[in-house]
Design a protein around this ligand. Structure first.
Ligand code: AMP
Ligand code: ZN
Ligand code: ZN
Length: 427
């Protein structure tokens, strides 16, 4: 449907419809008018535009599906990144904007339990919008707002909540049905604004590759089609910046949160085979399984689970591999089981509903090449044609604070990693 619509509409009509939709979507968002803010922005102050392509592996680039990303990489800086543990969406998006590992910022999984706050699920709008979940870290937009810089987010995980009492000046609740061109045009609209209201930090998020990757696996034509879709959106963005004469005042940092790997049909176990509901509460399923043994069952559950199994390994939280830097946050359950690549653990009743085909997952060991994330930086602040060694994604944060000229909050990153990416000054 969406596709036919694109094929049959003229370019002009499409642009008009997109502009109209942009206005409608803008009205639907929650925001404070940028004009009410202090405006320290000089005419040529650059905007940092942080773009996330959820679930894009660096080796998906350069294969004919991503001409725009390839050109940005060629004319800018590129590298692969090691995601933080666990290699899931919310933990890693929050790491990218705090420089903290999930064990420190507290978004330790997409599904969590907290003694005070209760349950966190991505489908629970109230939890996702509750700043208490995020308060162990200070996201970049909060630091920027506190420094008097306007920020606008569409829709970075964590940006729908007032964290430590501060929100982006403009923010949008995540809505997968918001058309992709509308997202781009909204950001271009921000860039079009006069210096007094133009955001100095803007974010843009695309979930499409992650969705196709889960449904069909990263080796599928559907995943490649999703890559082409987001690449076209980036082409619209780049062309829009060019038309506005804004290319030289926008620093573009395009990242992903983690990679993706194929899960062949049948490579799934029932999570209840690890522990029955009588024995333990299962806090998270999928690839990183968190278990809280019920009172009286601690020894039995530990004896059964701890150690190696055919498709997973389990540890007490204190004994997880040190390279994962994980296990001290109070939200980490007492026992954590890590699935082997290509295997999922989900509720037994959900197994029957799985389509009989290869699908895809992430959430596996961040050191696996298939879990790697992508990094591209392009714009006036960056060198051209530089490929850096792979690095931990905590190192992005000090680069971003440097670009904004704000003082970084306490973080786990190394400011030296991305120093060579910069044209002149150092982070
Ligand atoms: P996962 O694959 O479980 O790590 O989660 C990725 C999915 O989270 C994406 O495909 C989106 O559908 C969803 N998602 C992304 N951002 C948000 C958000 N701000 N609120 C709720 N869900 C989100
Ligand atoms: Zn993700
Ligand atoms: Zn995902």
């Amino acid at each position: 449907m969406q596709r036919r619509y694109h094929v049959h509409m003229s370019e002009l009509l499409r642009a008009r419809v997109a502009a109209l939709l942009s206005v409608l979507w803008l009205c639907a968002c929650s925001s404070a008018p940028l004009a009410d803010r202090p405006a320290p922005v000089s005419d040529d102050a650059p905007t940092l535009l942080l773009v996330s392509l959820d679930g894009v592996r660096p080796d998906a680039l350069g294969r004919g599906d991503t001409p725009t990303l390839d050109a940005l990489a060629r004319d800018g800086v590129q590298a692969w990144m090691r995601p933080s543990y666990p290699s899931l969406t919310f933990p890693n998006h929050y790491t990218l904007v705090t420089g903290l590992r999930p064990d420190r910022h507290g978004l330790i999984h997409n599904a969590m339990h907290d003694e005070t706050l209760g349950e966190f699920r991505l489908s629970d709008r109230e939890a996702v919008g509750n700043g208490e979940w995020y308060a162990d870290g200070e996201p970049l937009w909060v630091t920027a707002e506190r420094a008097g810089l306007a920020t606008a987010t569409l829709s970075w995980p964590g940006s729908e909540a007032a964290v430590r009492g501060v929100r982006p000046t403009r923010w949008f609740a995540f809505d997968y049905s918001r058309p992709i061109d509308v997202r781009v045009d909204t950001v271009l609209g921000w860039i079009d604004e006069p210096p007094a209201t133009r955001p100095r930090l803007a974010t843009l998020y695309f979930e499409h590759p992650d969705k196709a990757g889960h449904d069909y696996g990263p080796s599928s034509p559907e995943y490649r089609e999703a890559l082409r879709l987001v690449d076209r959106a980036l082409a619209r963005l780049v062309a829009g910046l060019h038309e506005r004469g804004a290319s030289d005042r926008v620093n573009l940092v395009v990242v992903s949160d983690h990679g993706m790997t194929d899960v062949p049909e049948g490579q799934v176990i029932a999570v209840e085979s690890m522990a029955s509901p009588d024995e333990a509460r299962i806090v998270s399923t999928g690839q990183v399984i968190g278990l809280v043994p019920n009172p009286g069952y601690e020894t039995r559950v530990a004896a059964r689970l701890l150690g190696a199994h055919a498709h997973y390994d389990c540890w007490r939280r204190e004994a997880l591999p040190p390279r994962w830097h994980f296990g001290t946050h109070p939200r980490v359950p007492p026992i954590v089981c890590q699935m082997h690549p290509g295997w999922d653990a989900i509720p037994g009743e959900a197994i029957a509903r799985r389509p009989a085909r290869t699908r895809g997952s992430h959430g596996y060991d961040p050191d696996l090449p298939e879990m790697r994330a992508m990094f591209i930086a392009h714009g006036p602040a960056f060198r051209q044609g530089l490929t850096l060694d792979g690095f931990d994604n905590v190192d992005v944060y000090p680069l971003l604070t440097h670009l904004l000229g704000v003082t970084p909050a306490d973080h786990d990153g190394d400011p030296d990693t991305l120093r060579p990416a910069l044209r002149d000054t150092a982070p």
